[in-house]
Design a protein around this ligand. Structure first.
Ligand code: PLP
Length: 395
């Protein structure tokens, strides 16, 4: 018999998995070109050409033991130094290799952070709507996820409710901007106010609270919108970064943590994160892709491809009468369901071979998420279906 917790995880994880299987089934019946799968955040833009060249160069010029051997659990020191320098160039920070830990993507990074920080029953606050995997990342270490309800006006975090939810047991707050599922970028005003509340509460309770900034979409921002660098606003910030989306490398499992020297108990957090990397079974981040990431750290995928999709989808859905905020980043659109029951609406969409995820999965019922990291034609061909759905429910 498997663990009770795992039974729950299987049940809760089944929405997106079921959709994935449904997509494959429908593709067999109706033809792949007639199924519009907007369910997964799997980038469709090719990685930059230089990635392939970097792999070839590294494999042909470095000694094999330098590419395939074990190294420090935190990753190659020269790679961490190159990444620190790149962050410093971009954000005028002052990091060194002693602030960087290479990770197995953002998912691996977040687990390392929570393994390092959480005692059983410690609380981690997050803002709905949020990436559903946070439930598992926090529960893995006996933590309790505390959810602040959504602010559906502009989907910036609801800071009034947040202030009330911080307790002496709050160990961390996890934010994600640009956001999955809304595409919203948390403004500088939001980050400043959030930091002020955290400082006030740390003082009130005599505790330290860490701001964990989950940033796999940092580079995917449109129209030059600024994505504030959170370590500049709050000293106890840990950045969880990933190359999964910025370089379209989700299968390679590569990212890093930034742990600033100013963070409370820095020495132990840094040492702990290295050990957590090992004892969670990662041992270290993939070695070849650490080297690739160091060489390609200043590259980005062509964000214009996502931007074209965003414009077409947003303008079209608005013209059919859908309500939604225009996303400023990531490749998701979070749309108000025209009927209250978001799961029912997603089932209706499925009948038109349109696969979208109910807002309930992100703790925000009454909405649905469209992942528009798909071919432009997939969006164009799905539009009549979205229009028909609106016509159907408007009677
Ligand atoms: N955090 C958020 C908000 C995500 O959307 C994702 C992936 O979709 C992850 C973390 C996990 O990213 P990675 O592939 O780097 O583990």
């Amino acid at each position: 018999m498997i663990a009770k917790d795992m039974k729950n995880s299987i049940k809760n994880g089944s929405i997106i998995r079921a959709m994935f299987e449904e997509g494959k089934k429908r593709a067999r019946i109706y033809g792949a070109e007639n199924v519009f799968d907007f369910s997964l955040g799997n980038p469709n833009v090719e990685p930059p050409e230089q990635i392939k060249q970097a792999i070839i160069d590294i494999v042909s010029s470095e000694k094999p033991m330098n590419i395939h051997g074990y190294m420090m659990n935190s990753g190659y020191e020269d790679v961490r130094e190159d990444i620190a320098k790149s962050i410093n160039r971009k954000f005028k920070t002052d990091f060194t290799s002693r602030n960087i830990i290479m990770t197995v993507g953002a998912g691996g990074g977040a687990n390392v952070v929570f393994k390092t920080l959480l005692d059983p029953d410690d609380e981690v606050i997050t803002f709905a709507p949020f990436f559903g995997e946070y439930r598992g990342y926090v529960a893995n270490f006996g933590g309790k996820l505390v959810v602040v309800s959504p602010n559906t006006v502009d989907f910036q975090p609801n800071l009034i409710e947040f202030r009330d939810k911080v307790t002496p047991r709050t160990k961390a707050v996890i934010i994600n901007s640009p956001n999955n599922p809304t595409g919203v970028v948390y403004s500088e005003k939001t980050i400043i106010e959030l930091s002020e509340i955290l400082r006030e509460k740390q003082k009130e309770f005599g505790t330290e609270i860490y701001l964990v900034s989950d940033e796999p979409y940092r580079e995917l921002a449109y129209e030059n919108v600024e994505v504030p660098y959170p370590t500049k606003y709050f000293e106890n910030t840990i950045v969880v970064y990933s190359f999964s989306k910025s370089l379209s490398l989700p299968g390679e499992r590569i990212g890093y943590l930034v742990i600033p020297t100013e963070a409370a108990d820095y020495e132990n957090v840094f040492a702990g994160a290295g050990i957590a990397t090992r004892i969670l079974g990662f041992v270290n981040a993939p070695s070849l892709f650490q080297r690739v990431a160091a060489r390609c750290v200043d590259l980005e995928v062509d964000v214009e491809v996502y931007n074209r999709n965003r414009e077409l989808l947003y303008d079209s859905l608005k013209s059919y009468g859908y309500e939604c905020i225009k996303p400023e980043g990531a490749f998701y659109m979070f749309v108000k369901s025209p009927i209250a029951d978001d799961s029912r609406f997603c089932d209706m969409a499925k009948e038109k071979n349109i696969l979208i995820v109910p807002g309930t999965y992100f703790s925000c019922p009454g909405y649905f998420r469209i992942a528009y990291c798909v071919a432009y034609d997939t969006i164009r061909n799905a539009l009549p279906g979205f229009k028909a759905l609106m016509d159907e429910v408007s009677g």
